[in-house]
Ligand binder design. Structure first.
Ligand SMILES: CCCCCCCCCCCCCC(=O)SCCNC(=O)CCNC(=O)[C@H](O)C(C)(C)COP(=O)(O)OP(=O)(O)OC[C@H]1O[C@@H](n2cnc3c(N)ncnc32)[C@H](O)[C@@H]1OP(=O)(O)O
Ligand SMILES: CNCCCN(C)c1ncc(F)c(N2CC(C(=O)NCc3cnc4ccccn34)C2)n1
Length: 409
């Protein structure tokens, strides 16, 4: 327990240092600034007004001489492979560099081509000589409700600079270029998440992990054997039934889209920030896709009404430097709605299905009503915090995770 408090203390120091830190780029941006924290006289909503489209910078920002912008056409298998390889070798790692996210090609195609997407928002940087992709940043359009206002936003993700090009202030150029291209489509707000503290989070969420394959997780260093626990006792602790418990629990199918949309819209209306999904969005984001996204619902055997819904996305991690395993198969809780089946039972069925599909771990953020099941279903708190941000939109209230209804990939 003592080392947990030391870790927690170290993180607190780190976070307060980051509040003191100079943010030479972020101080120039229309985002909540640390110095404004607590100044509730500032009005909620857009920080800067839109610019007339004729005044938006028409040409791309300057890159260092050896590099050039490219628009990444994710329909092209070759380009998609280049993006996959850049991320697979250079994207987010944990603090101890034991794992690195390994988003699959199919996942990237899904994540980057939702209804109304813009190819021009899939931005790469190539080295002119080697033609190698060395940096990437993306945006996808999303309608996001903040309190009572539905705002057309860009969801920004997959910001990545090759390890060999770090700390050269390339990230601010990537961010300014994606901002410029979003502005050209007359969109002035954005939503994004990051594991790092920047000016200024609207909420800070905690990751929780539910072991499904505890032996592998301990072997690769993701988890540690609990004090006074043996391996066989640990395996027994996390054992799950072979089949789900809820009558009428089944995979979501195309004909369920209208009912799931109604259920989800009603459920998400209770949160301060949440997506404003329509049927096209639900069809794209929630219809099952093998090894990308899984969705289940409860159809009442008596009334055939759809009463509950749960979903998770597939995001494996490369295991860096373990002899026996190269990949950690992880499921991430996505959107869940319970109106009849207790959320605890619904999520236990999600765990059972994930175990049946050979996932090693089931991750969940403490957003929405997730706190109500995390401890009871034997999730443990992770070391990763996820900070949520809005660009050019002030919310005068640091939101509790339970007020957040938005999950980014
Ligand atoms: C209206 C439309 C608006 C659209 C845009 C909305 C904003 C979108 C914002 C992006 C949302 C991304 C969402 C995701 O994808 S979060 C995932 C981010 N990716 C990774 O963590 C992958 C591994 N790391 C890397 O590839 C690099 O370290 C990156 C590229 C992250 C930074 O490269 P590098 O390490 O070589 O640094 P630099 O010298 O170039 O630049 C240093 C400056 O960059 C600021 N920095 C560092 N990390 C991040 C970060 N994760 N978000 C925003 N800013 C970040 C940093 O505070 C400093 O600025 P300041 O502190 O001095 O001011
Ligand atoms: C910009 N999109 C945000 C979502 C990206 N996502 C999923 C993410 N962002 C920050 C995190 F802190 C995080 N965590 C999941 C928890 C976890 O599993 N930690 C151990 C671990 C296993 N593999 C990796 C790879 C990278 C980092 C930690 N890893 C922590 N997830």
């Amino acid at each position: 327990e003592s080392d947990v408090s030391v870790d927690a203390l170290a993180r607190k120091v780190q976070e307060s240092l980051s509040l003191a830190k100079r943010h030479k780029f972020w101080e120039t941006q229309p985002v909540g600034q640390f110095k404004d924290l607590g100044d509730s006289s500032l009005p909620e909503g857009p920080i800067e007004p839109p610019t007339p489209l004729s005044e938006v910078k028409q040409e791309p920002y300057n890159l260092p001489n050896l590099y050039e912008w490219i628009t990444c056409n994710m329909d092209s298998d070759e380009m998609c492979s280049e993006v996959y390889n850049l991320l697979s070798n250079n994207y987010v790692e944990d603090d101890e560099n034991m794992f690195r996210f390994n988003y699959s090609k199919e996942f990237l195609r899904w994540a980057l081509r939702p209804p109304g997407y813009f190819k021009s928002w899939h931005i790469g940087v190539r080295a002119k000589s080697s033609k190698k992709l060395v940096a990437f940043i993306t945006g996808v359009p999303a309608r996001v409700r903040a309190r009572d206002s539905v705002v057309n936003m860009a969801e920004i993700n997959f910001l990545c600079v090759h390890k060999k090009l770090r700390s050269k202030r390339l990230a601010p150029v990537m961010i300014k270029e994606v901002t410029r291209r979003v502005h050209l489509e007359n969109i002035w707000q954005a939503a994004y998440t990051a594991g790092v503290v920047l000016p200024t989070p609207i909420s800070t969420c905690q990751y929780w992990h539910r072991s499904l394959n505890p032996k592998k997780l301990i072997d690769v260093g993701f988890s540690r054997l609990g004090a006074r626990m043996t391996m066989s006792r640990t395996i027994k602790l996390y054992k799950l039934p072979d089949s789900t418990a809820t009558p009428g629990f089944r995979k979501m199918e195309p004909h369920d889209v209208p009912a799931v949309t109604r259920l989800l819209r009603k459920y998400l209306s209770q949160f301060l920030v949440a997506p404003d999904f329509d049927e096209d969005d639900v069809e794209h984001w929630l219809l099952p896709k093998v090894d990308v996204v899984d969705s289940y619902l409860v159809e009442s055997p008596e009334t055939h009404e759809i009463t509950d819904f749960c979903s998770f996305y597939t995001l494996p991690s490369s295991i860096l430097g373990n002899q026996n395993y190269s990949t950690l198969k992880a499921a991430y809780s996505y959107y869940n709605v319970s109106t009849t089946t207790p959320l605890l039972q619904l999520m236990n069925d999600a765990l059972i299905v994930a175990k049946q599909k050979d996932y090693d771990v089931f991750n969940a953020l403490d957003v929405m009503q997730n706190e109500s099941f995390l401890k009871e279903l034997k999730f443990g708190p992770g070391d990763g915090k996820l900070h949520y941000y809005l660009y050019n939109y002030r919310i005068n209230h640091i939101m509790r995770p339970s007020e957040l209804g938005l999950v980014l990939l």
